[in-house]
Design a protein around this ligand. Structure first.
Ligand SMILES: NC(=O)C1=CN([C@@H]2O[C@H](COP(=O)(O)OP(=O)(O)OC[C@H]3O[C@@H](n4cnc5c(N)ncnc54)[C@H](OP(=O)(O)O)[C@@H]3O)[C@@H](O)[C@H]2O)C=CC1
Ligand SMILES: N[C@@H](C[C@H]1CC(C(=O)O)=NO1)C(=O)O
Length: 327
């Protein structure tokens, strides 16, 4: 078929979101979902799409143009990203910022060897916020860039706490520190440490017999995720988690505050207000899957990030149409 044939690897919040986002993009089709769990145990949202075991995926390499990796960044993608780039052009949402250089190198080695294209760290942060940090500092070289998130549910941090031994379930909310936001908005261009910008609030369901103090300590000291923040850990039961913490709103903004040549004050701001963090992130992944497919067809192989993608490649419209409609 002339449609871009897409696979989903990992069926969690993102996997479900990608399934829905593909239905909004008629130039693409979902050909299969792959999972490490028992495929028969998964209930998809769309009829007629096969669910297969992830460890059988190599045999489908000629049936899929782009594989969207929906695993967790803490434990899944570091292994799945390089492994799957050997057989597929991929898109993923890897978001452990401090570890992006090493992840890029591992995925690039696999993709270069296979002649595939691997678009990594796609989403909103990293992703669309990264693009706006780039635009801001390139257009206003004299200035400061600030990123604030929330109040909202961070999927990366929620995934990370769910991987802690003794945790049966949980979510993490990110809270911007209002005093810091105000100083930035007042144009003070303050120097702010990581701890001065956000606080982190966790709600955790313990496994039977797990020790709360041990779990709390494992979370608050976790490098790359919680160690640099003031973090609160609350213990709740599974019913409370399901009742009060099922929604996954989020959002935030990137602001570049700087001075152009004569000293004129200039401010650039890009903001998101998300009813569903996973569904928005999935929508970004799907648009970039279109770009990854085209980049691979034009020989742009190896690991790539959103900073390497010509924006027009994201659109189902032709370049001529885009010039006519958007310039
Ligand atoms: N760059 C960005 O802006 C963003 C990045 N992200 C990234 O997306 C990653 C994935 O987030 P999210 O989809 O919320 O993570 P989930 O915890 O929902 O899913 C992660 C994996 O866990 C497995 N899984 C899901 N549900 C269950 C279950 N009930 N029981 C057992 N296993 C399960 C699935 O693998 P399997 O099917 O193989 O079992 C799935 O791929 C995050 O870690 C984060 O890093 C998220 C938002 C924004
Ligand atoms: N990657 C984040 C997307 C944004 C949200 C966030 C945070 O709240 O710390 N950082 O980046 C996520 O997993 O939700």
């Amino acid at each position: 078929s002339s449609k871009i044939r897409v696979g989903i690897a990992g069926y969690g919040n993102l996997g479900r979101g990608v399934e829905l986002a593909l239905a909004q993009n008629p130039d693409m089709e979902l050909v299969s979902v792959f999972t490490r769990r028992d495929p028969a145990s998964l209930q998809l949202q769309s009829a007629g799409v096969p669910v297969r075991a992830l460890d059988q995926i190599e045999q489908y390499r000629n049936d899929i143009d782009v594989l969207i990796l929906c695993g967790g960044s803490k434990n899944d993608l570091p292994e799945q990203g390089p492994a799957l780039a050997r057989w597929f052009t991929t898109v993923d949402s890897f978001d452990t910022h401090a570890r992006i250089p090493e992840y890029y190198a591992a995925v690039d080695a696999a993709a270069q060897g296979a002649g595939t294209t691997a678009l990594i760290a796609v989403g909103w942060d990293p992703g669309l916020f990264s693009l706006n940090r780039l635009y801001g500092e390139c257009v206003l070289p004299v200035g400061q860039t600030y990123t604030f998130w929330g109040k909202g549910l961070s999927q990366g941090h929620s995934d990370a706490i769910r991987r802690v031994a003794g945790v049966a379930g949980g979510v993490q909310y990110t809270l911007p520190i209002e005093a810091a936001v105000q100083r930035v908005r007042n144009g003070e261009q303050p120097e702010l440490s990581t701890r001065e910008k956000h606080k982190r609030q966790c709600f955790v369901v313990l496994e039977q017999g797990a020790d709360a103090d041990t779990v709390r300590e494992a979370i608050v000291t976790m490098p790359d995720y919680f160690a640099d923040y003031d973090t609160e850990v609350n213990f709740i039961d599974a019913e409370t988690l399901a009742r009060d913490h099922a929604a996954m709103p989020h959002g935030g903004f990137v602001i570049r505050s700087g001075q152009s040549g004569s000293g004129s004050q200039q401010v650039v701001e890009y903001a998101l207000n998300l009813g569903s963090n996973p569904e928005f992130t999935s929508s970004v992944l799907v648009a970039y899957a279109r770009a990854a497919y085209r980049m691979n067809k034009s020989g742009q192989i190896g690991a790539q990030t959103v900073l390497d993608v010509a924006p027009g490649l994201l659109s189902p419209k032709s370049a001529a149409q885009l010039r006519k409609e958007l310039l």
